[in-house]
Design a protein around this ligand. Structure first.
Ligand SMILES: [Fe+2]
Ligand SMILES: [Fe+2]
Length: 335
């Protein structure tokens, strides 16, 4: 992958006055934090177990080129975890409870990054080994050198993502707390749906097992953020128009971090949602999630007025979704 240089300007709503740090709070609840920690302990999985799987145990014959691209793209987006954590902790500095959550969340996202990066290193090493053939001492040395160069190349890619993130990590500084947690709810939801569905389609068992675990973590993340969004809206219903604005311009983090994200997004959608029925089902689930957070009429506005199909970019040539199409998708039996 080339060195990344993200310079695109994104049309975030910018009419809100800057907030003082004391205004950057959600609705505190220590119970929510303890509840999240309980599930963290109860359903936590072992990263060590994945790191200890030798590359020879991966069934790379069952791995498609699309699977490898999925792992690479998700690994790069997950690798930006230190910036997400740093930005969110700085933003929510006055909100102790959310900061406590972000630290636990950061550990989980870090595990995702390391597990995916380790998996990708093994896959690339296994592919090179397969091409090489023999297994004598010279071959072992060659494989060691290959593994080292794979690690180094991945390190360069990860650094490039961090550079891009310094310019735009996906959420603008002027967002209100309710807009941040609403946007993050959708981002975590889409990520969970993606991992869960791709796990069903990949034929490589270790990757399927890993993605199933990642999906469970992402679901817990989106549930936490959804609750925070609801708490903010319950406390101040007048925030709803601004929350709708932020959801209308929602884009996945990869759109801000990877210069070839358009092609990657298309390939990933195809890998996780290959049939028309899969795609319809994915939309229905996303619409239902949006409805649970902001209500059905507002969800309709997000999808018909927003830039959901173009990752937040105002694309005049791109088609917006028509209400009739959404109603049809929601009511017609999925074939
Ligand atoms: Fe993650
Ligand atoms: Fe997550």
């Amino acid at each position: 992958m080339s060195k990344l240089t993200r310079t695109s300007a994104y049309p975030f709503t910018g009419a809100q006055p800057p907030l003082p740090p004391s205004g950057r709070r959600t609705v505190p609840s220590q119970d929510d934090i303890v509840e999240f920690y309980r599930t963290h302990e109860r359903v936590g999985w072992s990263l060590t177990e994945f790191l200890d799987i030798p590359w020879t145990a991966l069934d790379i014959a069952r791995l498609s080129p699309a699977d490898v691209q999925v792992v690479e793209t998700t690994m790069l987006v997950e690798s930006n975890n230190p910036d997400y954590v740093a930005n969110l902790i700085a933003y929510f500095a006055a909100d102790q409870d959310v900061c406590d959550f972000i630290m636990m969340w950061g550990i989980e996202e870090w595990k995702h990054y390391y597990a995916l990066r380790d998996y990708l290193t093994k896959v690339r090493t296994a592919i090179a080994a397969k091409e090489g053939g023999a297994s004598d001492a010279g071959e072992r040395e060659r494989l060691g050198a290959i593994e080292e160069s794979v690690r180094s190349a991945l390190g360069d890619d990860v650094s490039a993502v961090r550079d891009a993130s310094a310019q735009n990590w996906g959420i603008p500084a002027h967002y209100l707390p309710a807009q941040i947690v609403a946007s993050t709810t959708v981002q975590e939801f889409v990520t969970a749906e993606f991992y869960r569905n791709h796990a069903r389609h990949t034929r490589e068992p270790v990757l399927a097992r890993l993605e199933t675990l990642l999906a469970k973590d992402e679901t817990r993340h989106e549930m936490f953020y959804e609750q925070k969004t609801k708490d903010c809206l319950d406390a101040d219903p007048e925030l709803m128009p601004m929350v709708i604005d932020s959801l209308k311009e929602f884009g996945m983090p990869g759109a801000y971090l990877l210069d070839d994200y358009g092609a990657r997004r298309e390939a990933m959608e195809q890998a996780a949602f290959p049939t028309l029925a899969d795609k319809k089902h994915a939309f229905v689930r996303l619409f239902s999630k949006m409805t649970r957070v902001i209500g059905r009429d507002n969800a309709m506005r997000v999808f018909t007025e927003g830039n959901y199909l173009s990752d937040g970019v105002d694309n005049p040539s791109g088609k917006k979704m028509k209400p009739e199409l959404i109603t049809r998708l929601l009511t017609r039996r999925l074939g």
